[in-house]
Design a protein around this ligand. Structure first.
Ligand SMILES: Nc1ncnc2c1ncn2[C@@H]1O[C@H](COP(=O)(O)OP(=O)(O)OP(=O)(O)O)[C@@H](O)[C@H]1O
Ligand SMILES: [Mg+2]
Length: 478
């Protein structure tokens, strides 16, 4: 493989192998620092302690952290000022504020100033660990994304394309290799896999990059309109041709034309396109003069052109002309390692577009995204993330913000991910637990009503609730 191929691979691997996440705790109370330290170290975080703002900022200047837990009231500085200082140095560093009774208003102001979250004293260990894990995961994913994007940008000049799966890295290599030539390229892939994005990347990495990239949706127009759009027409060529008009092939001269949905193009238009490909010449509709152009053609389709050739719906000669170099974009379900990366990429984009502070995704919400089949591919994931950002109010995208059809379609065995020793009975028990909690939620935690709807005696439901350790009181509070 060429040197080009190696660079992003190394970067992706290097990011995966990072050390355990490190957390800086800045709090003046010894007991708080120590109990947080113990709790976090048990979960394998690396923890450092500072007892005032000055010490904390000195640590931040000397080391890198994945997260800061910052007391809102410190002896030497106001917590909000410290937060500002931290973000001046590193805008993406998540900071969770530690708040005491009576400082909640203040904590809300901190959230508005970019804190990721706040935890009250005394805290709930489970919730604290969940918030910490989500903030750290977001930080890690953002860093990985940034490094990957930097690598792709540096090496290939790819804007806004992410991917670290072998399949996509191979496509990036291919794109980088073929972009500088003027060869015709056929991009195949299901709807929403990124065909247009790749076509733009090819153009942007070619010597034609300063000339126009002209996309034409060949599937959305009737044949005569498509032909006059592509080839232009002379005055009077047809009734409504009151003046002459240039075609897109002329507009794209010395640039690239992107013929999208080429499979929907009629056979007559196919013949004319073939002529441009062979002779680099065409005529305006109604014209007699041949026009010479230097246009690179990139075509895209989500149909099986080979099959269309067999069925006589696509010209064989055009197929072979177009199929000089083929880029086959894999469906998203075949490259699930790209899903978290893409999800974070869209999350960042929609937060910026909506003027929101950066959001994370909970592990629970990520799981169904990994398991879903994504019939609409990357575009569908993009829409799901946009919806989640717009509907979210907290600092993390939880499973409640992921559309029901995605959560519902996850394979049932995924509920035990992270428990490799679980047996069939464990899976059945977990299912039973979830079904009961779901029904109780529907019945506003009224057990009599839930027992009724399950058609079992109340005593049976009570026994199951006990056996499955469903903490009704806690759930009601949540
Ligand atoms: N690898 C990727 N990284 C980042 N964004 C992506 C990637 N692939 C696709 N997208 C985004 O997903 C959306 C769909 O991509 P695009 O329009 O290129 O797909 P398409 O294959 O042309 O779809 P269709 O067949 O429906 O026209 C776009 O918003 C695009 O920016
Ligand atoms: Mg498209």
């Amino acid at each position: 493989m060429s040197e080009v191929a190696v660079y992003p691979r190394k970067t992706a691997k290097a990011v995966e192998a990072i050390t355990p996440p490190s957390i800086l705790i800045i709090d003046d109370e010894n007991a708080i620092r120590e109990s947080l330290q113990t709790l976090l170290e048990l979960e394998n975080y690396r923890v450092e302690l500072a007892e005032n703002a000055e010490q904390g900022l000195a640590f931040l200047a000397a080391n890198t952290y994945d997260l800061v837990l910052l007391d809102i009231s410190l002896p030497d500085r106001n917590g909000l000022d410290v937060l500002e200082d931290i973000h001046e140095r590193d805008p993406g560093l998540p900071v969770i504020m530690i708040t005491a009774h009576g400082t909640v208003d203040y904590a809300i102001r901190a959230m508005q100033s970019g804190a990721s979250n706040f935890i009250p004293k005394p805290w709930d260990n489970e919730k604290l660990l969940a918030d910490v894990s989500s903030a750290v995961a977001r930080r890690r994913a953002e860093e990985e994304n940034q490094q990957l994007k930097r690598a792709l940008k540096q090496r290939y000049n790819f804007e806004n394309i992410v991917g670290k799966s072998e399949k996509m890295l191979r496509i990036f290599d291919l794109v980088a290799q073929v972009a500088p030539s003027r060869s015709t390229i056929l991009i195949q892939g299901e709807s929403g896999t990124g065909k247009e994005l790749i076509a733009k990347a090819i153009h942007a990495n070619s010597p034609r990059k300063d000339r126009p990239f002209v996309p034409v949706n060949t599937g959305s127009m009737p044949a005569d309109l498509l032909e006059s759009t592509l080839f232009g027409h002379v005055k009077g060529a047809f009734t409504s041709a009151i003046s002459s008009k240039k075609g897109l092939f002329e507009v794209a001269d010395r640039g690239t034309i992107f013929l999208d949905e080429i499979g929907s193009m009629g056979l007559d238009t196919q013949a004319k396109i073939l002529r441009v490909l062979q002779d680099k010449k065409f005529m305006h509709l109604g014209g007699i003069q041949e026009i010479q152009v230097d246009v690179r053609i990139i075509a895209a389709t989500n149909e099986d052109l080979k099959l269309m050739v067999k069925e006589g719906r696509f010209r064989e000669d055009l197929f072979y002309r177009l199929n000089v170099i083929t880029v086959d974009l894999p469906p998203l379900r075949d490259r699930s390692e790209d899903i978290p990366l893409l999800a974070m990429h869209f999350l960042q984009r929609f937060c910026t577009e909506n003027g929101r502070p950066p959001l994370g995704i909970s592990t629970e919400a990520m799981r169904p995204l990994m398991d879903y089949m994504w019939p609409g591919n990357v575009r569908e994931l993009e829409n799901v993330m946009e919806r989640a950002v717009v509907l979210s109010s907290g600092s993390t995208i939880g499973i409640d913000l992921i559309s029901d059809h995605i959560v519902g379609r996850a394979p049932i065995t995924s509920i035990l991910e992270g428990r490799p020793d679980a047996s069939l009975f464990d899976i059945m028990e977990e299912c039973e637990r979830r079904i009961i909690i779901d029904m109780l939620e529907k019945c506003s935690w009224n057990q009599t009503e839930a027992a009724d709807r399950f058609h079992v005696p109340l005593s049976t439901l009570n026994q199951k609730i006990k056996r499955l350790n469903i903490d009704i009181k806690k759930k009601i509070k949540e």
